[in-house]
Design a protein around this ligand. Structure first.
Ligand code: ADP
Ligand code: ADP
Length: 228
């Protein structure tokens, strides 16, 4: 589903954020991307989203070389990928319902079908009873759930998340991970960037580790983190 072949990325100014990174994620696979701050996690996700361009190598998504996509196809490509951010980027001038509706509005969905999908997504994240509220009135964990509902509402085959639990306490963070596992179980391919090793090593998913831009580890059954 996602394949990196010897991918390197150098930012203007000369900093090499990714160095010859290669890996492959199968359809429906769930993996964590870890490494300390500055290791290149966000950069790797941005290359998949085509919000940054690579300098060397190639990235295939669904068998297509995304760096050869004609520019008019890029918006369409991006809509097939759900993205969850640490700061969830919700709009506080509208309700929870309308926030989740946004991606479907952009795609020009029929109103009735869109409303049904929005409610299905809110139901998945356990927020059906909060659809009319302004997200500013919700807790941090609930806001993150709204962000997740918005990311999955158009049923993407791929879900990317960049430090999705960075602002949450451990209990809420664990709940968010359970949600991700549920989406993975319906076949969504997931790549989740997180430096929270104590949380992700407990979950027994594949773990890709970056260090200074290099992929230094690819563990399919990560060993348990030792308690501090
Ligand atoms: P992580 O997500 O693992 O913290 P990043 O991908 O954000 O790492 O950053 C990797 C490296 O690239 C860091 O050294 C960072 O300073 C650098 N970097 C990130 N974005 C830019 C940019 N737009 N311009 C220049 N350097 C950048
Ligand atoms: P629907 O009535 O739209 O089929 P379901 O109750 O079956 O909805 O649940 C589907 C929900 O699962 C979607 O609204 C969405 O929240 C989530 N989902 C996200 N991506 C996918 C996917 N690729 N395949 C299936 N479900 C997905």
């Amino acid at each position: 589903m996602i394949r990196f072949d010897e991918v390197s990325k150098r930012y203007p100014g000369g900093h090499e954020a990714l160095k010859q990174v290669s890996f492959e994620l199968e359809k429906g696979e769930m993996a964590f991307l870890t490494g300390r701050s500055g290791a290149g996690k966000s950069t790797l996700l941005k290359l998949i989203m085509l919000t940054e361009a690579l300098n060397q190598g190639q990235i295939l998504v669904g068998g297509r070389n995304i760096n050869r996509l004609p520019s008019r196809q890029i918006p369409y490509y991006r809509r097939r990928i759900g993205v969850v951010f640490q700061d969830h980027q919700l709009l506080f001038d509208r309700s929870v319902f309308d926030n989740v509706m946004l991606p479907l509005q952009i795609e020009g969905f029929d109103k009735h079908e869109a409303a049904r999908r929005v409610r299905a997504a809110l139901d998945k994240v356990g927020l059906l009873d909060k659809e009319k509220l302004n997200p500013i009135t919700l807790s941090g964990g609930e806001q993150q759930r709204v962000g997740i509902a918005r990311a999955v509402v158009n049923r993407p085959q791929i879900l990317l998340a960049d430090e999705p639990t960075g602002n949450l306490d451990p209990e809420l963070a664990a709940e968010i991970m359970v949600l991700f596992e549920q989406f993975n179980q319906v076949g969504v391919c997931m790549l989740i960037a997180s430096h929270d090793l104590s949380l992700i090593t407990r979950l027994k998913h594949r773990m890709l580790t970056l260090d200074l831009g290099r992929l230094i580890k690819d563990e399919h059954q990560p060993s348990r983190a030792r308690s501090p």
